[in-house]
Design a protein around this ligand. Structure first.
Ligand SMILES: NC(=O)c1ccc[n+]([C@@H]2O[C@H](COP(=O)([O-])OP(=O)(O)OC[C@H]3O[C@@H](n4cnc5c(N)ncnc54)[C@H](O)[C@@H]3O)[C@@H](O)[C@H]2O)c1
Length: 367
């Protein structure tokens, strides 16, 4: 196969980053079409990054028979339906994280992908970051012995804090990356998840009760304990890792970001992970060209979603008297962003334990 002809679905913040990377840094991929519900965004992106065709939504773009593959960069809770439609149209799919917010929808989409025989790569870009990759290699080589404790710090700059895009997005948007990184760095699945969350910035800024601060704990099969520290209100974009084992410690320190490279914005993910975005797109294009398995699969996307749901439920239900009402509120909140989570005021966290392919509320904290 020669160059891969690619259509971009969703020309928002992340879609434009991928369009830029694809048009400048991916030799074997070509940005040929752009679709967005907002025609100004679609036209602007196509013009700036050299795509010939412009469409009004994903279905119109998917009907373009000249395209081999798509980059799905619509909001996270639309991903499963876009993946499903793309697979039915026979297109290979690079889908931004998360695979979706809804596990049933994700499972349906994964079934369609499998039956269609197309590639699906999920946009867990941090797996392609040179610093995190080097840390993982050191762990795999056995440099520190069997990992005992993992600390991940992932804090976003947001000044002033304006609230979440959707209730729970600290878990489904931000922690999602870190949950994947725990799996990637250690190579083991979680057997227990619990999370404390707080709406600190949200209350101070009068933008609701959704958590902007969280600490999530996982116990992995084999005994490793992982902590994930997330905040939406950091002065700097803060991305760190420390993995401790009996023979040493591997650290990924925060990387300084060149402020001058931002178009007047706070230095953020677009600058910190530029190399990783380029590398993940190259990997996707090569997996299509060589008919090889993507380096980040749909099942990796599913596994991180299962963990995010468990962490979010641990946070939501971890208050006295929480139960069915909260579960319904959670479901409704995911479907209708901005709705019911205001009513929830967690005061303690409860663990979720792995049972089969999902996590269930633990009856007691196991040692
Ligand atoms: N990997 C990363 O570092 C990273 C960083 C930021 C965002 N993301 C992910 O990227 C995704 C998009 O986030 P964003 O910040 O770019 O959102 P955004 O709101 O800026 O852009 C989404 C775009 O999709 C368009 N859209 C929605 N439905 C569509 C449809 N059916 N057809 C065509 N266009 C459609 C919207 O009009 C909008 O322009 C999210 O899943 C987010 O989690 C990933």
């Amino acid at each position: 196969m020669g160059g891969v002809r690619i259509g971009l679905i969703g020309a928002g913040v992340m879609g434009r980053i991928h369009a830029r990377c694809l048009s400048r840094h991916v030799a074997n991929g070509e940005l040929c079409a752009v679709a967005d519900l907002d025609s100004e965004k679609a036209n602007g992106c196509a013009e700036e990054f050299g795509a010939d065709a412009v469409y009004g939504d994903h279905l119109a773009l998917l009907a373009d028979a000249s395209l081999d593959a798509v980059l799905a960069c619509t909001p996270g809770n639309t991903h499963a339906s876009v993946i499903e439609a793309a697979a039915r149209a026979g297109k290979h799919i690079f889908c931004e994280k998360p695979i979706d917010w809804d596990l049933m929808a994700a499972d349906r989409a994964l079934g369609v992908v499998e039956r269609a025989g197309v590639k699906l790569q999920i946009g867990f870009n941090r797996r392609f970051d040179p610093a995190f990759r080097a840390a993982r290699q050191a762990i795999k080589r056995g440099d520190i012995g069997r990992p005992q404790i993992v600390h991940l710090i992932s804090r976003d700059p947001a000044l002033p804090y304006t609230g979440p895009k959707a209730p729970g997005d600290l878990y489904f948007d931000s922690a999602m990356h870190d949950l994947d990184m725990v799996r990637f760095m250690i190579g083991a699945e979680a057997e227990s998840v619990m999370s404390y969350g707080s709406a600190m910035a949200a209350r101070e800024h009068g933008v609701g009760e959704d958590p902007d601060t969280a600490m999530t704990l996982l116990r992995l099969k084999g005994g490793t304990i992982a902590s994930i520290d997330n905040s939406r209100r950091s002065v700097v974009y803060d991305q760190r890792a420390e993995v401790f084992g009996p023979q040493g410690t591997v650290c990924v320190p925060n990387q300084p970001i060149d402020k001058g490279s931002a178009d007047g914005e706070l230095p953020f993910f677009a600058h910190r992970y530029l190399d990783a975005y380029i590398a993940e797109l190259n990997a996707f294009v090569e997996s299509v060209r060589k008919d090889s398995e993507p380096l980040v699969t749909g099942n990796d996307g599913r596994a991180a979603l299962v963990l995010a749901i468990a962490a979010f439920r641990s946070y939501v239900e971890g208050r006295p008297g929480a139960g069915q009402r909260d579960r319904l509120a959670h479901r409704a909140a995911i479907r209708r962003p901005g709705s019911l989570l205001r009513a929830l005021r967690p005061s303690r966290a409860v663990p979720y334990e792995a049972r089969g392919r999902r996590f269930r509320l633990a009856r007691r904290v196991s040692s």
